[in-house]
Design a protein. Sequence first.
Length: 413
Amino acid sequence: MAFDNKNADLSSLRINRGVNEQRSGTSGPKNTRYIIYSAAGLVCLVALYLLISGGTSAAEVETGVVTLAYPSQANSVLTASGYIVAQRKAAVASKGTGRLEFLAVIEGDRVAKGSVIGRIESSDVDAALRQAQANLGVARAGVEQAKAELDDAAANFERQQTLAASKSISRSEYDIANARFRRAKAGVSSAEAGVKAAEAGVRSAEVGVENTFIRAPFDGTVLSKSADVGEVISPFGASAGSRGALVTLADMTSLEVEADVSESNIEKIRPDQPCEITLDAFPETRYRGVVHKIVPTADRAKATVLTKVRFEDRDSRVLPEMRAKVSFLTKAIDKAAAAAPPKTSVPASAVATRGDRKVVFVVRGETVEEVAVVLGESLGAGIEVRQGLSAGDKVVIKPSEKLSDGSRITVKQ
C-alpha cells in the first residue's frame, strides 16, 4: 500500500508537553528527599560510631615495667655503676735494651712471681760476663803470687834480723830486707783488693745478663701482649721502632669495683658497708661485696666521689674492665640469699584496690586490661607479685578510680 505524502494530514502530530512537565515536576522532589534522608542516615551512623569508639576521651597515664627483683633490694639504700679494676696491675718491661728472642706467655696465661716471661738477646752481656770472670781469675792468681812474694820477703827479713842482732850485716842490708818485707805485705793487700774489684765486675756482668730476662713481678694473669719475637725492647720505648712494655700483668685477687657516687649521696656510704655486685655480662649472678675504700677527694667535673668495693666472693668469670652495678645495703646478706632466684616485682604505686581484690592495669596497646594479682613481700620501692604478671609487662602507675578494664589511655611523654 503506497503512502501519499502530499495528502497526509500533519495537524494531528504534536508534542505532549504537559505529560513531560508533569513527570518532571514529580521526580525532582523525590530525588531531593532521597539525598536528604541518605545524608541524615550517614550522620547518624557516624555519630553512633563516635559514641561507641571515640565518645569517651582517653585517660593520660604514667607507666612502669614489671621487673625481676632480689630480696636484697629491700635493704638497698643506693645503687651506683662502675667498672672492675685490678688494684695490682703492671706493664712489665725489660731493664735492658735489645731484640726480643724468646717469649714464654700469651694472653690469659697465669704466671708465678719470678717466672721468666721473655728474654732479649744477650750475646754482648754474656761476653762481658766471661771477660769479668777471666779478670777475676787473674786477680786471684795475683793474690797467690803476692802471698808467695810475702813469704819469701818475711823469711829473708827474719834472717836479716838475726844477722843484724849479731852485727854480722850492715844497717843498710837490714833496711833493704825490711823494706822488701813491707812491699810484699802491701802487694798482698793490693792483690786482694784487685780480687774484690774483679768480683764486683763479675756481679755487674751477671746483673747485665739477668736484665736480659723479663720476669713476673708478682703472681698474676697476662691481660695483653705488646711485643713479639724479633722486636726491639727498651726500658722506656723511647727510640723509634722499639717497644716499652712486653706484657700487661694483673693480680686477679685484687679485683675491685670502682664506682662513682654522687656527692649528695656519699653520706649514705661508709667503710666496710655490705654491698651486692651485679655484672652487665652476667645479670643473673650476684656477688657479695664490701666497701673497701672511699677515696678522700671528689671529681670536680662530675661531682662524684670514687668508691672502691671489694669482692667477698667471686668466680673466674669476673674480669677487669667489666661494667658492674653496686647496691649498697643496710645489712649483709649470706650466700644462700645471694644465690636465691629473683622474684617478680611491680612498682607498689601500680597496685589498686577494686572491691576486695588487688589489681594492676596492664597496658595493651591503647587500652588497659585489669589483672587480679597475688602479692608477696615488699621489695624496696616495689612489691612481689606471686601470680598474675610476668617480667616485662607494662603497667599503669597510680591508676585513678575511673580507670577500668578496657579504658582507653595515652601514655605521658
